[in-house]
Design a protein around this ligand. Structure first.
Ligand SMILES: [Ca+2]
Length: 439
């Protein structure tokens, strides 16, 4: 009996203790959810207090991750975040979920800083019509260049920004993120959701190396593009742009040296030169394995710009424009792309020379009228090889030709092993006197 009593006593005591412990933990979490779990993980924790429940904090705090002290606080979120950035020498600034009205977050002359949100619930909202939400570096002052900066896991909202009608090269405003200056390099922009910016969502001005990856950009009112690097002679567009989703907005990806695995959905391409939903950077650019769906507007889906680009394994479906793939340079390779249901020309060689166009499938392209030709050579395109294409038109309007040289100065081209089905007049129309068709 005694043993049983002792056992019961022990069980009761343990239960009470466990309950108390749990209650203590629950209260602890209630007061400071997650914060202390991360106490070693940040230099500063940014959080706000919304007392009247309107979703906007009346007071924003920057808590020092090492001392636990509130080093900065105020009604202005930009002031508090900028103060935390200024006070951080190598470290992470963690922004807790919440809405933060922003007049401009600025990183100048900083290195080894990570600005990271708790999740996409950490929302930075541009307050003014010209607000740049985050600027890294400085266009002209090289002493303000930044290196090894990460911007991650934030929601940037540009809905209050006015729609840009002037070139962002000369009008520095209305961006989601600007990365600027020849001494700004090794920047990582990752996992952000950027919504409804008034100009280009991620804009680069004469920067060094940058990686833009796994961002979702939506409803952007870009001047040029959702992701756009403006280069210089010394620093020609050295950006890697991969695995982003860009949708339901104006402009896609303008320049960049490696542009792969991005999805562009329902994009209107702005007018201007050069243009296209994806525009290559300098010669040597790779545009690989992107999916472009319903791209409309000027020029079209992909543009090789200065040539010597590799454009391969892209899937272009639906949409309309001059050309799904526009080749204007020399020695570009266009290989293994699939173009389906596009309104304009499938592949247009426009003043292109010594290009290799190989193993592309064009299915029901040139939907915009029977005068359009799925593969068109124009503007004195010479010494190109077009081979192993499959051009298949299932539904009218059937184009007059499958492949066409537009004038007699489109010459010295070789056409080989192309399969062409569903044209009205002739599979391949040569106008240059020296071009050759094999098989
Ligand atoms: Ca409030």
């Amino acid at each position: 009996m005694t043993k049983i009593k002792i056992a019961i006593c022990v069980i009761i005591c343990l239960t009470i203790f466990s309950f108390g412990f749990l209650l203590g933990r629950m209260q602890f979490y209630e007061h400071e959810p997650l914060i202390n779990n991360l106490s070693e993980a940040y230099s500063y924790l940014i959080y706000g207090e919304d007392n009247n429940g309107d979703g906007i904090p009346e007071m924003v705090y920057a808590k020092n991750g090492r001392t636990g002290h509130i080093d900065f606080k105020g009604a202005d979120a930009s002031f508090v975040i900028n103060a935390a950035i200024s006070a951080t020498n190598k470290g992470t600034i963690l922004i807790k979920n919440g809405n933060y009205p922003i007049t401009g977050i600025i990183l100048e002359g900083k290195m080894d800083i990570c600005l990271v949100g708790e999740s996409w619930g950490a929302k930075l909202i541009a307050t003014g019509e010209d607000t740049i939400i985050i600027r890294i570096g400085h266009r002209a002052d090289t002493s303000k260049g930044c290196q090894r900066i990460t911007i991650k896991n934030l929601y940037l909202d540009g809905s209050n920004q006015a729609t840009e009608t002037l070139q962002p090269e000369y009008n520095e405003r209305r961006f989601g993120i600007e990365i600027a200056g020849t001494q700004t390099r090794d920047i990582l922009i990752e996992d952000n959701y950027i919504y409804n910016t008034g100009s280009d969502s991620i804009y680069g001005y004469k920067t060094g190396t940058v990686i833009i990856t796994k961002n979702v950009i939506e409803a952007h009112r870009a001047y040029w593009a959702a992701i756009h690097v403006h280069g210089s002679y010394e620093l020609p567009h050295p950006w890697i742009i991969t695995e982003n989703i860009i949708k339901n907005g104006k402009g896609g990806i303008r320049h960049g040296r490696i542009i792969t695995n991005n999805w562009l959905i329902n994009i209107t391409v702005p007018t201007g030169t050069p243009t296209g939903a994806i525009v290559a950077g300098e010669p040597g650019s790779i545009i690989d394995s992107n999916w472009l769906y319903n791209i409309t507007g000027f020029t079209g889906a992909i543009n090789d710009w200065k040539g010597r680009a590799v454009i391969c394994n892209n899937w272009i479906e639906g949409g309309d424009g001059y050309a799904a793939i526009e080749v204007v340079g020399d020695q570009t390779i266009v290989a293994n792309n699939y173009i389906k249901g596009y309104g304009g020309v499938g592949i247009r060689l426009n003043t292109a020379t010594r290009c290799l166009i190989v193993s592309n499938i064009l299915e029901d392209v040139s939907r915009g009228g029977e005068w359009r030709t799925p593969i068109t050579l124009t503007g004195a395109s010479t010494y190109n090889v077009i081979k192993d294409s499959q051009i298949v038109i299932f539904t009218p309007p059937f184009p007059y030709y499958g492949i066409e040289e537009k004038t007699s100065i489109d010459d010295y081209n070789i056409f080989e092993n192309n399969v062409i089905v569903g044209v009205q007049v002739k599979e391949i129309l040569l106008r240059g006197g020296h071009s050759i068709v094999k098989e």
